[in-house]
Ligand binder design. Structure first.
Ligand SMILES: Cc1cc2nc3c(=O)[nH]c(=O)nc-3n(C[C@H](O)[C@H](O)[C@H](O)COP(=O)(O)OP(=O)(O)OC[C@H]3O[C@@H](n4cnc5c(N)ncnc54)[C@H](O)[C@@H]3O)c2cc1C
Length: 504
């Protein structure tokens, strides 16, 4: 007998636990299950274990709208974030709905039955893979946006010759002892700028080797206003006020960067110059060629990166790798960097729907051939929603809105007495990739296989909390682009290749 649930949530990370909270609160009549491929709650915040791992958003906006973040540190450690997610699941009884070690491989929609058949693999305690099949009416993907099995590492010439150890931050070895060692961190993103000061506390020396510089902004680790508010009013009020303060600040800075990029660039670089003192080559190492926010800004709490550099425990080299050698890395400039350990902080491999294959009425879905509906669903694919958060603000701000939206949609379906809802693209063509004006390598490598955006609402994917609040929370769910149906449509159901057909 195949088990059936109203809603099946893929993933028990920040988004999956948030989704379960919203379902319990807004759709209390729905049965649900969470399938999680790993053994613990937390997703990203359980997987990544490299030294210093932390948020680079403030937790006042990265926390859930419904659960105050009360830790005085607004930029918080991975452990604290994992504890917060785990405590939410425990306190709300969500943990009882999670099946761990279940990796979803396939989901097939049948219009005839108005349900998904989900095939997963369960890892048994003795390491065997056992097939598990479940059915659900609505599939909610909260599987994040990258491949869990391995991060991205470019092909480095002669890496095999290197006598030291090469590690990727996504698979940090528990036994790695770097005290007193020479470390080279390849990369210049959030992970590299976190690792540098954290490892520099005990390493012999840490060098950040970057191909090109990134914008780095110092933020206070503690938000003084939020901490003060918490002392003078109930925690939830203080949290809401601090959250709106930070949302407003983020929108302001992002808009400023969009409209006056040179002004913002000059301001950021000036602050770096002040932090590093005279004589440091800020033009080479901390002045990016791109405009602010074309790639994510990196945040450093209380300027810890700059302090490590000033103390002489860490340094930055900007150049291109020619080859690995036995002793380290040689650059195209001829410079040699000797190392005992090389950390490849070279990024992620983006992956949609946790790598699961999707099909609708027997035809496989190529997400790259669909249009994103409100950034939540895909044209031609019924009863499926997924969470993809902001790239210019905290992930959870959007995740919360999407979860509320999905609950409103489910409730509307009940009210209408229908079992199927399908976004229908009736003439809109692809106008932009899923993520626009944002070009880090890991995003560019993957965009072809992600849904596209149209030119107007509801086919736009906003990076703006206010617009999304209007679109997902305040606007009517009923919409010409959503088809509500009950009829078994079988093979006459239009295939989810609507975009290709419209584009012809
Ligand atoms: C190092 C790092 C730092 C970050 N820092 C920030 C930050 O400061 N601010 C910010 O806003 N965002 C940040 N992000 C983005 C971050 O991923 C999100 O903030 C948030 O953790 C996403 O939560 P999620 O639950 O959507 O996805 P995840 O945390 O990725 O969780 C997804 C869950 O789904 C499970 N899963 C995946 N595929 C399957 C499958 N096929 N079957 C079953 N289960 C599956 C995974 O095991 C995992 O538990 C960071 C990301 C990384 C990698």
């Amino acid at each position: 007998m195949v088990e059936h649930f109203d809603v099946l949530i893929m993933g028990a990370g920040l988004s999956g636990i948030g989704a379960a909270h919203h379902l319990q609160k807004l759709c209390a009549n729905k049965s649900y299950i969470i399938l999680e491929q790993r053994e613990r709650i937390g997703g990203t915040w359980d997987l990544f274990r490299y030294p210093g791992v932390r948020s680079d958003s403030d937790m006042l906006t990265m926390g859930y709208s419904f659960r105050p973040w009360t830790n005085p540190k607004a930029i918080s450690s991975g452990d604290d974030i994992r504890d917060y997610i785990t405590a939410t699941a425990r306190d709300e009884g969500i943990d009882r709905h999670i099946r761990f070690r279940h990796r979803i491989k396939r989901a097939a929609w049948s219009s005839q039955d108005a349900q998904w058949t989900v095939d997963a693999v369960r890892k048994s305690p003795d390491g065997r893979d056992e097939p598990v099949t479940l059915t659900c009416n609505f599939l909610f993907s909260c599987a994040g946006y990258y491949r869990y099995s391995a991060g991205y590492t470019p092909e480095f010439p002669k890496v095999g010759c290197f006598q030291g150890r090469v590690v990727h931050p996504q698979a940090w070895p528990e036994d790695l002892d770097y005290a007193g060692r020479r470390v080279v961190v390849i990369g210049s993103g959030a992970t590299a700028v976190t690792l540098l000061p954290a490892m520099a506390k005990t390493a012999g020396h840490v060098t950040m080797l970057q191909r090109s510089p990134t914008y780095i902004v110092t933020l206070p680790e503690q938000d003084k206003i939020a901490n003060w508010l918490r002392g003078v009013m109930p925690a939830m009020w203080a949290y809401k006020l601090s959250r709106w303060k930070n949302v407003a600040l983020m929108i302001y800075i992002y808009q400023l960067a969009q409209h006056y990029p040179n002004f913002v660039k000059t301001g950021i670089v000036k602050k770096v110059r002040e932090a590093l003192g005279p004589g440091f080559d800020v033009a080479t190492h901390f002045t990016p060629r791109y405009k602010p926010w074309e790639q994510r800004l990196c945040v450093v709490p209380d300027g810890d990166l700059f302090q490590a550099i000033r103390a002489g425990r860490a340094s930055v080299v900007t150049g291109q790798i020619e080859t690995f050698t036995e002793k380290g890395i040689r650059l195209k400039s001829g410079q040699e960097l000797e190392a005992d350990i090389v950390v490849t902080a070279t990024g992620l491999v983006m992956q949609a729907f946790g790598g699961a294959e999707l099909s609708v009425d027997g035809r496989s879905v190529d997400p790259g051939q669909t249009l994103a509906y409100k950034g939540v669903m895909m044209s031609g694919v019924p009863n499926l929603a997924s969470v993809f958060g902001y790239i210019n603000a905290s992930w959870t701000l959007k995740a919360d809105l999407i979860c509320t939206y999905v609950c409103r949609l489910l409730n509307l379906m009940d009210k209408k007495g229908v079992r199927q809802v399908t976004p229908r693209n009736r003439g809109e063509t692809a106008a932009a990739p899923f993520v626009e004006n944002f070009s880090p390598g890991y995003i560019e490598r993957a965009l072809a296989s992600w849904p596209k955006q149209g030119s107007k609402s509801p086919w736009r994917v906003y990076q703006n909390y206010i617009r999304d609040t209007i679109s997902l929370k305040w606007s009517s769910v009923d919409n010409d682009a959503l088809e509500f149906s009950n009829l078994p449509q079988g093979s006459s159901e239009p295939a989810p290749r609507e975009l290709a057909e419209v584009a012809k």
